[in-house]
Write a protein that binds this ligand. Structure first.
Ligand SMILES: *Cc1c(COP(=O)(O)O)cnc(C)c1O
Length: 439
């Protein structure tokens, strides 16, 4: 990996090295590389805090940051408009009362979780890649909760795009099911009479079906997509630049982590030159990442169910991107650590949040708070930013009994919950999904 020379076209390579390099647009449409690997930049661009105009908003930071990643691609000219349309809400860095710490709030989007940023960017980029008059592209997703609602909301009413979402009937929370079924128009939600694994198998079978795809073009929007990963760097860059200008110090981060998409974006932002210091990965009881760092050996395993269920991942897909990065830049390892938090500690941090910080935390964010408190007990009194990945009202069934009162629902989420919701039933069979897609 060398510093990018000038404005040469950016190409993306597969982590497995057995696929041709692709331009940004092609990598976005493909999702996964043809060799089964994940797309990574062939060359890491070099940016500097001084490349960014002081006083710009999040969209301005995003446009500047992402420009070298789109260099030479048809999307390059569209980038400023894409980020303006996608980032219509901010990601504020707020002081955490009495704690020499801050909270990076990533839950001000329509579905009240950080996935809104990446999904909305990808949707607006893809809408520009489907030629007017061409057959629509169908985004096909299996979801156990948060991803599906962010994707459904992001692609809702995007021209040239249809969305088909499968979720296991009765196994997502009522509020999550409502968010999936309330959009309508180009979004169809199916409640599958089976498990999340059934939904995933059906989706995989559809993607593997060439005859089907010849008639009904399919694309994916899952968290390994480059089009979700890259825009996630923007809020870290923006928050870090703000702190850098105010204090001259880099921003140290504690990031709730499951599939490692969000935290990897923070690490990548640091590696391209943004003033980000340590990145601490806060996992739930799924401790594959802390165990990897402790032993030097990566061993994926089955996932455990926890209260922070959007992070119930036993074999994080983006570990493959982190291994690639550490091969290229072994020095990056010193600025990454990981710690695992069990359900008892999650409960304790949610319970104590209001009295201690005047904040209600979602179960994922609570993992990061616990890791901050462990740092304090170990004598580390640096400033850290806790990353708040979701609004607590999304996880009301966990949070409300612990705080002892209802959690007010933010307006964007309330607006979604006010719409009527419809989900169509579907048998847990590959042929049933095929019928829907060909129908
Ligand atoms: C998806 C999600 C996470 C985990 O993010 P990864 O990118 O998979 O590490 C954490 N918190 C919430 C609320 C999420 O929805």
């Amino acid at each position: 990996m060398n510093a990018a020379a000038g404005v040469s076209a950016m190409r993306f390579a597969s982590t497995r090295g057995q696929a041709p390099q692709a331009a940004l647009s092609d990598a976005l449409l493909a999702g996964l590389a043809p060799d089964g690997g994940l797309y990574v930049p062939e060359v890491l661009p070099r940016l500097d805090a001084r490349d960014f105009e002081p006083g710009g908003d999040l969209a301005a930071t995003a446009a500047r940051l992402l420009a070298p990643f789109a260099a030479g691609d048809p999307l390059a000219a569209e980038l400023p408009a894409i980020v303006r349309e996608a980032f219509t809400f901010e990601a504020p860095l707020k002081a955490l009362a009495g704690a020499n710490a801050s909270v990076l709030e990533l839950f001000h989007g329509p579905t009240a979780a950080f996935k809104d940023f990446g999904a909305r960017f990808l949707a607006r980029a893809m809408a520009r890649l489907v030629p007017a008059g061409a057959r629509p592209v169908t985004i096909l997703v299996a979801t156990s909760g948060d991803t599906g609602s962010a994707v459904a909301s992001a692609f809702h009413r995007q021209p040239g795009i249809e969305v088909v979402i499968l979720y296991p009937d009765g196994r997502v929370s009522p509020r999550q099911a409502h968010q999936l079924g309330c959009l309508g128009d180009n979004v169809r939600a199916f409640r599958v009479a089976g498990s999340f694994d059934d939904c995933q198998r059906m989706v995989k079978a559809a993607f593997a079906d060439r005859a089907l795809r010849a008639v009904r073009p399919l694309a994916s929007a899952n968290s390994i997509s480059l089009g979700r990963l890259l825009p996630q760097m923007a809020y870290y860059a923006h928050a870090a630049l703000g702190r850098w200008r105010a204090t001259g110090e880099p921003l140290d981060l504690i990031v709730p982590t499951g599939n490692l998409g969000n935290a990897f974006a923070a690490i990548l932002a640091r590696e391209v030159g943004l003033p980000i210091g340590e990145v601490v990965l806060a996992t739930n009881a799924n401790r594959v990442l802390p165990d990897w760092f402790a032993s030097g050996r990566y061993e994926g395993r089955a996932s455990l169910a926890t209260l922070a269920n959007a992070m119930d991942v036993g074999d994080p897909s983006n570990a493959e991107r982190l291994k690639w990065l550490l091969d290229q830049r072994p020095a990056a390892r010193a600025g990454i650590s990981a710690d695992s938090v069990d359900d008892d500690a999650i409960r304790a941090r949610i319970r104590a949040g209001e009295a201690r910080y005047g904040e209600i935390f979602c179960p994922h964010t609570a993992c990061a708070v616990e890791v901050l408190e462990r740092r304090r007990r170990a004598g580390d009194d640096r400033h850290f930013a806790i990353v708040a990945t979701a609004h607590p009202a999304k996880f009301e069934t966990v949070v409300e009994p612990l705080v002892g009162h209802p959690v007010p629902v933010p307006p964007a989420l309330a607006a979604m919950l006010d719409r009527p919701a419809v989900a169509e039933p579907l048998a847990a069979e590959d042929a049933a999904l095929r019928g829907v897609l060909l129908g």
